[in-house]
Design a protein around this ligand. Structure first.
Ligand code: ZN
Length: 86
């Protein structure tokens, strides 16, 4: 697995949604690549930090804009994975 391949699937790895074969390749790469290991640690840190933030209610307009942005980004990425409930 290359750095680009790992970065492309890092979210799946962290969310535990990666199949066993791919996860083994990702873990092997992480064992040899300090840059990707640092990226994974940064990702975990960001998640922990964001969980400490207070919840903020979005206005109806903000919700609509967020949904539109998420769907647009998903379509731009080729829609290769199922969009999560938005
Ligand atoms: Zn790497």
């Amino acid at each position: 697995m290359t750095c680009c391949e790992l970065i492309a699937c890092l979210g799946e790895l962290i969310d535990g949604e990666m199949d066993d074969g791919l996860r083994a390749g990702a873990e092997h790469h992480l064992g040899e690549c300090p840059r990707c290991t640092l990226l994974r640690e940064s990702y975990h840190f960001t998640i922990r930090l964001s969980r400490r933030l207070p919840l903020v209610a979005l206005t109806a307009e903000q919700q609509t804009r967020l949904r539109l942005a998420l769907v647009t980004n998903w379509l731009v990425d080729g829609g290769s994975a199922s969009p999560r409930a938005i």
